[in-house]
Design a protein around this ligand. Structure first.
Ligand code: 13P
Length: 256
């Protein structure tokens, strides 16, 4: 299997933006603009409180809705957390796990990312698993070791069959929200390394079938070049996903 037959996936990560009424307008507008562009999947990962409104607004369109985190327990005394079952009942199909902002500000570790990933998959959610190096690690020349280690730790215990429901998002932390984008070659190099690591863990077939996204200041100006790379199968987009007209340009770039 080659890039041409892997499904491209363009996902927006709204982070902590958009009230439910704003979400309704943005989902409707995104769906309207991207209608008929079926060369890629389009997902919007929205704040918990927006999920039901976003799902209703996306009904009958090809836009799919995801969440930005999920707890690993089925239920219980975990104040402020949300379970996979809750997300599914609200209509979410995807969940982002392990975003660097969760790791940086909320104490998320590879161990908790792994637990959340396994729980989400077991319940039937599809996972967008985020990983990537921080600036000091890139400068120290240990990006490959870090990314390969994160891939192994975050996916520990995930089966080859379950990998059909996993997208990996390579997000170099130094490129997130900074306007600094990895060059297409830098993105390609690390996405290829992630695919090699998947081949070691699961074999070539699973590695070749897995969608690997790039994320970090992807926008309407740089998306086409990044997405032209062999191992870059899509994008996870923060800021530019908040403006449907900009997001459209990225979806268009993924049609090739
Ligand atoms: P930006 O596109 O705003 O850099 O955010 C990327 C990101 O973190 C997506 O998850």
């Amino acid at each position: 299997m080659k890039k041409e037959v892997r499904r491209a996936v363009i996902a927006g990560n709204w982070k902590m933006n958009m009230t439910p009424s704003e979400a309704k307008c943005a989902v409707e507008r995104t769906a309207e603009l991207t209608k008929g562009l079926d060369g890629c999947d389009v997902i919007l990962c929205v704040p918990f409180v927006d999920i039901q409104t976003a799902v209703a607004a996306s009904e009958g369109t090809s836009v799919m809705i995801g969440a930005q985190n999920v707890h690993f327990a089925e239920k219980g005394a975990f104040t402020g957390e949300v379970s996979a079952k809750m997300l599914l009942e609200c209509g979410a199909k995807y969940v982002i796990i392990g975003h660097s902002e969760r790791r940086q500000y909320f104490g998320e570790t590879d161990e908790t990312v792994n637990k959340r990933t396994k729980a989400a998959l077991a319940s039937g959610l599809k996972v967008i698993l985020c990983l990537g190096e921080v600036l000091e690690q890139r400068q120290a020349g240990i990006t490959s070791e870090i990314v390969s280690m994160q891939t192994k730790l975050d996916l520990a215990g995930v089966t080859a069959d379950e990998m059909a429901n996993v997208i990996i998002a390579y997000e170099p932390v130094w490129a997130i929200g900074t306007g600094l984008t990895a060059t297409p070659d830098q993105a390609e190099e690390v996405c290829a390394l992630i695919r090699e690591t998947l081949a070691d863990l699961y074999g070539e077939d699973v590695a070749e079938a897995t969608t690997i996204q790039y994320g970090g200041s992807m926008n309407d100006g740089n998306a086409a070049e990044l997405l032209s790379k062999t191992n870059v199968d899509g994008g996870l987009i923060g800021g530019a996903s908040l403006v449907p007209e900009k997001f459209l340009k990225i979806v268009e770039a993924a049609q090739a």
